[in-house]
Design a protein around this ligand. Structure first.
Ligand code: ZN
Length: 189
Protein backbone atom coordinates (compact mmCIF):
# COMPACT_ATOMS: atom_id res chain seq x y z
CA UNK A 1 0.00 0.00 0.00
CA UNK A 2 1.25 3.43 -0.88
CA UNK A 3 0.47 6.72 0.78
CA UNK A 4 -1.30 9.26 -1.43
CA UNK A 5 -1.84 12.99 -1.07
CA UNK A 6 -5.35 12.29 0.24
CA UNK A 7 -4.40 9.54 2.68
CA UNK A 8 -1.24 11.19 4.05
CA UNK A 9 -1.20 11.52 7.85
CA UNK A 10 -1.65 15.09 9.15
CA UNK A 11 0.71 16.86 11.58
CA UNK A 12 3.15 13.98 11.78
CA UNK A 13 5.70 12.22 9.68
CA UNK A 14 5.67 8.56 8.75
CA UNK A 15 7.80 5.71 7.42
CA UNK A 16 7.36 3.95 4.07
CA UNK A 17 9.40 0.82 3.30
CA UNK A 18 9.95 -0.57 -0.19
CA UNK A 19 11.38 -4.07 0.28
CA UNK A 20 12.13 -6.94 -2.05
CA UNK A 21 14.82 -8.97 -3.77
CA UNK A 22 17.37 -7.68 -6.24
CA UNK A 23 16.01 -6.68 -9.68
CA UNK A 24 12.53 -6.11 -8.25
CA UNK A 25 12.56 -2.35 -8.87
CA UNK A 26 13.02 -1.12 -5.28
CA UNK A 27 15.32 1.73 -6.21
CA UNK A 28 13.17 2.73 -9.20
CA UNK A 29 10.17 2.92 -6.88
CA UNK A 30 12.14 4.97 -4.35
CA UNK A 31 13.28 7.34 -7.12
CA UNK A 32 9.73 7.64 -8.46
CA UNK A 33 8.36 8.70 -5.06
CA UNK A 34 11.21 11.12 -4.40
CA UNK A 35 10.86 12.75 -7.83
CA UNK A 36 7.17 13.33 -7.29
CA UNK A 37 7.97 15.01 -3.96
CA UNK A 38 10.59 17.17 -5.71
CA UNK A 39 8.03 18.19 -8.34
CA UNK A 40 5.75 19.27 -5.47
CA UNK A 41 8.68 21.50 -4.35
CA UNK A 42 9.27 19.53 -1.19
CA UNK A 43 12.83 19.48 0.09
CA UNK A 44 14.18 16.00 -0.55
CA UNK A 45 17.43 14.42 0.63
CA UNK A 46 18.60 10.96 -0.30
CA UNK A 47 21.16 8.86 1.53
CA UNK A 48 22.94 5.67 0.73
CA UNK A 49 25.61 3.67 2.58
CA UNK A 50 29.20 3.90 1.41
CA UNK A 51 29.41 0.13 0.93
CA UNK A 52 27.36 0.30 -2.24
CA UNK A 53 29.85 1.52 -4.83
CA UNK A 54 28.17 0.17 -7.93
CA UNK A 55 28.09 2.58 -10.91
CA UNK A 56 28.34 5.88 -9.03
CA UNK A 57 29.60 7.24 -5.75
CA UNK A 58 27.22 10.19 -5.45
CA UNK A 59 23.97 9.10 -7.10
CA UNK A 60 21.47 6.42 -6.32
CA UNK A 61 21.17 4.45 -9.49
CA UNK A 62 18.74 1.64 -10.16
CA UNK A 63 19.73 -1.25 -12.39
CA UNK A 64 17.99 0.49 -15.27
CA UNK A 65 20.13 3.59 -14.59
CA UNK A 66 17.56 6.15 -13.48
CA UNK A 67 19.37 8.25 -10.92
CA UNK A 68 19.11 10.99 -8.31
CA UNK A 69 21.86 12.89 -6.48
CA UNK A 70 22.46 11.32 -3.10
CA UNK A 71 24.61 11.75 -0.01
CA UNK A 72 26.94 8.86 0.78
CA UNK A 73 27.23 8.21 4.52
CA UNK A 74 29.10 5.82 6.79
CA UNK A 75 26.52 5.52 9.57
CA UNK A 76 22.78 6.03 9.95
CA UNK A 77 23.34 8.59 12.72
CA UNK A 78 24.67 11.08 10.16
CA UNK A 79 21.19 11.31 8.65
CA UNK A 80 19.76 13.15 11.70
CA UNK A 81 22.09 16.12 11.21
CA UNK A 82 22.11 16.11 7.41
CA UNK A 83 18.33 15.81 7.01
CA UNK A 84 17.37 18.59 9.46
CA UNK A 85 15.78 20.83 6.81
CA UNK A 86 14.23 18.11 4.65
CA UNK A 87 10.54 17.34 4.24
CA UNK A 88 11.23 13.96 2.64
CA UNK A 89 14.13 11.65 3.47
CA UNK A 90 15.03 8.81 1.11
CA UNK A 91 17.32 5.96 2.17
CA UNK A 92 18.50 3.38 -0.37
CA UNK A 93 20.17 -0.01 0.26
CA UNK A 94 19.09 0.18 3.91
CA UNK A 95 20.10 -3.45 4.56
CA UNK A 96 23.69 -2.22 4.71
CA UNK A 97 23.06 -0.01 7.76
CA UNK A 98 23.13 -1.37 11.31
CA UNK A 99 20.14 -1.58 13.64
CA UNK A 100 20.51 2.09 14.66
CA UNK A 101 18.72 2.98 11.40
CA UNK A 102 15.43 2.02 13.07
CA UNK A 103 15.75 4.66 15.80
CA UNK A 104 16.94 7.19 13.23
CA UNK A 105 13.89 6.60 11.00
CA UNK A 106 11.58 6.82 14.01
CA UNK A 107 13.12 10.15 15.10
CA UNK A 108 12.79 11.58 11.59
CA UNK A 109 9.15 10.50 11.32
CA UNK A 110 8.40 11.80 14.82
CA UNK A 111 9.89 15.13 13.71
CA UNK A 112 7.30 15.35 10.95
CA UNK A 113 9.29 14.00 8.02
CA UNK A 114 8.20 11.52 5.38
CA UNK A 115 10.83 8.76 5.44
CA UNK A 116 11.06 6.39 2.46
CA UNK A 117 13.39 3.42 2.89
CA UNK A 118 14.32 0.87 0.23
CA UNK A 119 16.20 -2.35 0.94
CA UNK A 120 16.64 -6.07 0.51
CA UNK A 121 14.35 -7.98 2.84
CA UNK A 122 16.16 -11.34 2.48
CA UNK A 123 19.81 -12.22 2.11
CA UNK A 124 21.06 -14.61 -0.60
CA UNK A 125 19.98 -17.59 1.53
CA UNK A 126 16.42 -16.31 1.88
CA UNK A 127 16.97 -15.31 5.52
CA UNK A 128 15.36 -12.01 6.69
CA UNK A 129 18.00 -9.32 6.33
CA UNK A 130 18.03 -7.01 9.35
CA UNK A 131 17.39 -4.16 9.80
CA UNK A 132 14.68 -4.41 7.09
CA UNK A 133 12.30 -6.75 9.02
CA UNK A 134 12.42 -4.37 11.99
CA UNK A 135 11.80 -1.37 9.71
CA UNK A 136 8.80 -3.15 8.19
CA UNK A 137 7.40 -3.54 11.70
CA UNK A 138 7.55 0.17 12.52
CA UNK A 139 6.55 1.49 9.07
CA UNK A 140 3.08 2.85 8.30
CA UNK A 141 3.28 1.88 4.61
CA UNK A 142 4.90 -1.22 3.16
CA UNK A 143 5.45 -2.15 -0.47
CA UNK A 144 6.92 -5.53 -1.40
CA UNK A 145 8.35 -5.42 -4.91
CA UNK A 146 8.60 -8.69 -6.84
CA UNK A 147 10.92 -9.53 -9.70
CA UNK A 148 10.44 -12.25 -12.31
CA UNK A 149 12.15 -15.61 -11.80
CA UNK A 150 14.81 -16.02 -14.50
CA UNK A 151 14.27 -19.80 -14.50
CA UNK A 152 10.48 -20.25 -14.66
CA UNK A 153 8.88 -16.80 -14.93
CA UNK A 154 7.08 -16.96 -11.56
CA UNK A 155 6.90 -13.85 -9.41
CA UNK A 156 10.29 -13.83 -7.65
CA UNK A 157 11.14 -12.61 -4.16
CA UNK A 158 14.54 -14.29 -3.64
CA UNK A 159 18.00 -13.25 -4.68
CA UNK A 160 20.03 -16.12 -6.13
CA UNK A 161 23.80 -15.77 -5.70
CA UNK A 162 25.58 -17.17 -8.73
CA UNK A 163 29.10 -17.06 -7.28
CA UNK A 164 30.62 -19.16 -4.50
CA UNK A 165 31.00 -16.92 -1.45
CA UNK A 166 29.56 -17.43 2.03
CA UNK A 167 29.82 -13.78 3.13
CA UNK A 168 26.44 -12.20 3.76
CA UNK A 169 27.38 -9.04 1.89
CA UNK A 170 28.96 -9.35 -1.54
CA UNK A 171 28.25 -6.24 -3.58
CA UNK A 172 27.43 -6.97 -7.19
CA UNK A 173 24.72 -6.86 -9.83
CA UNK A 174 23.74 -9.04 -12.78
CA UNK A 175 27.16 -10.71 -12.87
CA UNK A 176 26.73 -12.30 -9.45
CA UNK A 177 22.98 -12.32 -8.66
CA UNK A 178 19.65 -13.08 -10.28
CA UNK A 179 16.00 -13.11 -9.18
CA UNK A 180 14.40 -16.49 -8.44
CA UNK A 181 11.09 -17.72 -7.04
CA UNK A 182 10.75 -19.96 -3.97
CA UNK A 183 10.73 -23.08 -6.18
CA UNK A 184 13.89 -22.24 -8.14
CA UNK A 185 15.96 -20.58 -5.42
CA UNK A 186 18.68 -22.63 -3.73
CA UNK A 187 21.40 -21.90 -1.19
CA UNK A 188 24.80 -22.27 -2.88
CA UNK A 189 27.39 -24.43 -1.05
ZN1 ZN B 1 11.13 -20.03 -10.56
Amino acid sequence: MEVTQLSAPKETGWIEVVAGCMFSGKTEELIRRLRRAQIARQKVVIFKPRIDNRYSASQIVSHNTQSLESVVIDSAQEILELAKDAHVVGIDEAQFFDMSIIGVCDRLANDGKRVIVAGLDQDYRGVPFEPIPQLLAVAEYITKTLAICVVCGNPADRTQRKIANADRVVVGAADSYEARCRKCHYIPD
